[in-house]
Design a protein around this ligand. Sequence first.
Ligand code: 0A1
Ligand code: ZN
Length: 877
Amino acid sequence: MSEPQPIHLSDYRPPAHRVTRTELTFDLAPGATRVKARLHLERHPEREAGEPLWLDGESLVLKSIALDGQPLEEDEYQQSNAGLKVHQVPERFILDTEVEIAPSENTALEGLYQSGGMYCTQCEAEGFRRITFYPDRPDVMATFTTTVIGDTQSEPILLSNGNPTERGELPNGRHFATWEDPHPKPCYLFALVAGDLKKVEDHFTTMSGREVTLQIWVEEENLGKTEHAMESLKRAMRWDEQAYGREYDLDLFMIVAVNDFNMGAMENKGLNIFNSAAVLTHSRTATDATFQRVEGIVAHEYFHNWSGNRVTCRDWFQLSLKEGFTVFRDQSFSADVNSAPVKRIEEVSFFRTAQFAEDAGPTAHPVRPDQYIEIGNFYTLTIYEKGAEIVRMLCNLVGEEKFREGSDLYFSRFDGQAVTIEDFVSCMAEVSGLDLTQFMRWYSQAGTPEIDAFGEYDYARGQYRLLLRQRTPATPGQSEKQALHIPVRLGLVGTKSGSDLTLTLDGESLGTDAVIHLREEEQEFLFTDVEEAPVPSLLRGFSAPVKLAFPYSREDLAFLLANDSDGFNRWDAGQRLTLLALDDLIAAHRNGVEKVMDSRVVDAFRILLEENSDDKAVLAEMLTLPSEAYIAEQQPLVDVDAIHAAREFVRQSLAHELRDELLAVYRTNQSDAAYEPTPEQIGQRALKNVALSYLMSIEDEEGVEAAKAQFGTDHNMTDVRHALTLLVHSSCSEIADPALKAFGQKWAQDPLVMDQWFSLQVTRPQPDALDRVRYLMEHPAFSLKNPNKVRALIGAFANQNRINFHRLDGEGYRLLADVVIKLNRLNPEIAARIITPLTRWKRFDEQRQELMKAELERIAGEDLSPNLYEVISKALA
Ligand code: 0A1
Ligand code: ZN
């Protein structure tokens, strides 16, 4: 392995020179695009005179370079594979360069590349250096003017950031368009798109009465799939005005859909570029989950216009400054426009499965890392989701009103600047008067804190004593951990009354639902005037991103499931109850003992099914068993087969015991109303489909008929896909095979539906799943060059088909490693992501550990990209 060197937060210095204005001209050609850059530069006031000029640049062929109009001699500058140094420069000057790049060769999808017939860019984090020589760092902010020259025929549409100022014809069938972005921005927010695109247009009037034109640009065949994104955009724009007082600041806002994209979407100023999977929807092609995801991502990217663009990051260690805050903003938006309790359940259930696993693995890192080799590896659940949880805690600590005051202060004080996480938190401290010094440890300390809680009720005194103990396990590079400031929201639910008791702490009445602050390693809270024995409802709403253990009995949990006033904790009580039953079954499976279903779980589920809850989405979540991945997170050593067997046993036992109730729920929630992605309809479909899943787990005759009919009715993709998945995952091949084939033929021309077709096949539990992966990798619709396809086929198999990926012959691991080795050359960013399940090898039994490690070592023998080098060396450390 070659050894790329890490970059450290503690080494930060402002750049020696800054760019105030950037003028770019692109002359597009697939294999030889010419980029001319005119940079208006000056010495940074905090740096001394006489320092050389450094410009980042990778894979660029330099054609010319001139300083203040004078071509530079060869000894006046020095070029390396990382960039270009000009030895002597004046205080203020203009630098002109021209380089050549090859978009058609760019399979990494960073910088300027081609996706299908169109050109597009991805510059975050460090892609701009693959376009031209530039100080490619977020603390250099300039205004941009961009001229794009392309073919009139193949690139009739030429887009960039800001407002269009000029366009015209050129000789040889060429034309040009010029764009001006008046807002100073770092180059990672630069974007260019050119191709044969069609648009859907709408308008938005801002709170101060300005008219903004909204455009969504897509390939012609996708014109019918933009409505939901447009509606989501308008809702997000209004919401940001109302919730944060933030108004849009250009006359034009554009979204472009591209098929080849490494992530979900990108917040480039005025020109958001989206993975087509994160923007296109239609009731016939997209599921409810996709509709909701699109709404959230459209909002996320739009919200970045303030949290990220107007106020940006000083350096990439501060990534969570924009991402954590913006995720919190998009979560709040989604909660406001949908059902808030179900949103919170979905978020937390995902977080506890995936982010906890990251925190427990070899790539665990703080929300603000202090070092990295490749920043592309840090677009993680920790930076995004844990970052959002920290902002949520801040909001709860200072209260909603002060939080708004703090964010107003942050946006006004730092508008147009590149700042740090301290700058953000200090605004919150300033407006609230709170001391957030200890709280800052959340940003610097990696790992998931664990709280052990114990409670004791004293009948005679009417007191409840709650003991909380915190510890954070060691993570790589951080063996010592300090106590965190953990806000624990709680209630005490009276076992007689079934309602929340008044909380009196240190003589002060806190109401029936309050937050206590755990700051020490161990702290005792004594509640007085507690009139009846309570069951504590702890960490309501998941008030802190921690694991909390309390010695609940199954009766306690069934009680909370029935009585807790906090919807989130009701759900969590159900999950905890099921997990206890699963623990017993996992042990039974291991010991070869007969499995017996816990009747308390059956009773609890029966009550849920019979109770006529009006929030069907929440009910659907309550009826959903913890995933295999989440169950695995709870185990000290993961036993893949036992977990699968135990979970299947619970599923089937519930289906047998509650067959009639499930069928009734399925039937009463059938509807032939026209599809709408409303929370009500989505909840109803979710509930009906959960019921159908149970029935199909035992291949109940009427269940199978229902699934077949639901597929055949072909009403909307949510129902069709769900039914098809259940059939393909069952043993009913005589129904599943023709259905699968028909579906594949019908949608052969729609790449986003084909992604679903791939995923649902390779997640089937049958032992032929791996052969199907290999077979489908040869399918004409599959390509290793398209990240969506890699995720749909390889990612789905490795992450969602645990029993087959972890086969004891090691074939699953081998398959993933083969793909990673190919992607190492094609697309290092995707290679370093898709490998994740292999890096978690230490969590498994010895035999699997050996097999996984052997594959990691095989990959390590390759000539590794920095991305993979960083991940593999951590995994093998
Ligand atoms: N800032 C984007 C995420 C993003 C990051 C990197 C990318 O390419 C390497 C693309 C997108 C967001 O938070 O949505
Ligand atoms: Zn973001």
